[in-house]
Design a protein. Structure first.
Length: 442
């Protein structure tokens, strides 16, 4: 406990780090405040049907991602999901479109152009998803809910939904640039955390009022929740240690004529972090969106299948997408060819492997092998809530037993702590959640 207090005191001493954290908290508070602003022309007191619709299933998860804004008919109802969808599309196109490939090689200037393309594509996706959301409102809510009608309601709602998504995107980018952590991921995390108390209270009410186990079952569920978290941390650590040891034996341990070879090889069992889950979840929202825009029987059946989070096909496709995106995101974020070139320039080589392209292919093979156990474990943990619901736990509360919600919260929290650590260590302070004494200034 004393260590934590000392660390927070150290954070407060660093003016730059303190300002970054305060700025991040301020932007997240603004985002949460905007999530409670309803669309004009809607009576916020008559949203019971929409709340019931988003109490579970895929729409319930989308509502969690937006921090309840979806069920409040808020101007932030679409949240940052259109931006995430746009990012996925741009990254996928980067594999096949020569223009984007050229931009990726131009460094910072090319990245700025890619970011601008992503922003415009975000607006285009919002223009598609916005009508689907409005149609859903009109089909779900009673007519007395709408104080405006016709063209005026559609026009104002579309403008504000688009503006809300753009504002959320701007907040996320500002947090990334000026604050601490990945802004988009932090906005998703704060939305999920906002749903935690209500989900727990719903489960508590169900157990206490419906003779469904009472307080004893609540205590058991809480103990199980902590055990899941501890088991996750333990297994992740164990899998990572095994994978890293394998990689070091096969790559870093065999590199000759170079000092500090590990700095050239990023040895991580899950280099993609939580991004595969966010990407896969964004893809899983597509069938539901298309269902709202189409009256085809086939589309309705597909939408019903992928709206059932307890169904086999939903969980199978979701797990498969996570594994695929783990490999995809690792491939586009870790330049193995550049690592091989760095090794070559530094006078290093892997015995039996030619420098250059062959070394890059060898490193890519090793990274693919250590990514496999991480991606499978990530996929299994993501579908764990499905099995928890079979024990009678409400779906809104079961989402926090592993699954997308818990993984994103833990993953984003760890990434943010690592960034804080880097600031502390650069100022010769102990990192957060890191033992040891202060390092002396060189």
């Amino acid at each position: 406990m004393k260590k934590f207090i000392t660390t927070f005191q150290d954070i407060w001493k660093i003016e730059e780090l303190k300002n970054k954290i305060l700025l991040t908290l301020g932007f997240m508070a603004v985002y949460r405040l905007m999530a409670h602003v309803p669309l004009p022309g809607i009576d916020p007191n008559q949203l019971t049907a929409l709340t019931n619709q988003t109490s579970g299933g895929l729409l319930g998860l989308l509502n969690a991602f937006t921090g309840g804004a979806f069920s409040k008919a808020s101007i932030m109802a679409l949240g940052v999901m259109p931006y995430i969808s746009a990012s996925i599309v741009v990254q996928l196109m980067g594999i096949a479109v020569p223009y984007l490939q050229k931009l990726q090689k131009e460094g910072e200037s090319g990245q700025k152009t890619i970011n601008q393309i992503t922003r415009w594509l975000t607006i285009a996706i919002t223009i598609v998803q916005g009508p689907a959301y409005i149609v859903n409102l009109q089909q779900t809510l009673p007519s007395s809910t709408f104080l405006l009608g016709g063209t005026m309601f559609w026009l104002s709602s579309m403008v504000l939904l688009t503006a809300g998504t753009v504002f959320a995107m701007w907040l996320g980018e500002k947090i990334t640039d000026k604050g601490i952590g990945n802004g988009i991921s932090l906005l998703i995390m704060v939305g999920i955390i906002a749903r935690f108390p209500s989900a727990f209270m719903q489960e508590l009410g169900s157990r206490m009022t419906q003779s469904n186990g009472g307080l004893i079952m609540i205590l058991i569920e809480i103990v199980m929740w902590f055990l899941v978290i501890l088991a996750t941390v333990f297994l992740v650590t164990a899998v990572r240690r095994i994978a890293v040891q394998y990689a070091r034996r096969t790559v870093a341990g065999n590199i000759k004529n170079i000092a500090g070879a590990r700095q050239y090889i990023p040895l991580k069992v899950n280099s993609a972090g939580v991004m595969p889950i966010i990407f896969a979840q964004a893809i899983m929202f597509v069938p539901v969106t298309l269902t709202r825009l189409s009256e085809s029987d086939i589309m309705q059946q597909i939408g019903a299948t992928f709206s059932n989070m307890r169904g086999f096909w939903y969980n199978f496709v979701f797990a498969l997408l996570i594994i695929i995106f783990s490999y995809f995101y690792t491939a586009i974020t870790i330049p193995t060819n550049k690592m091989a070139d760095d090794l070559k320039r530094g006078g290093g080589f892997v015995p039996g492997i030619k420098p250059g392209k062959d070394t890059g292919d060898f490193i890519d093979t090793i990274l693919s092998r250590i990514t496999l156990p991480g991606s499978i474990f990530l996929a299994l943990l993501s579908i764990l809530p499905t099995f928890v619901t079979l024990l009678g736990v409400q779906q809104s509360w079961a989402m926090f037993y592993g699954g997308t919600s818990l993984i994103i919260m833990v993953g984003v929290a760890i990434d943010t702590i690592q960034q804080i650590n880097s600031h502390l260590l650069s100022r010769h302070y102990d990192g957060l959640m890191k033992t040891g004494t202060k390092r002396s200034v060189a």
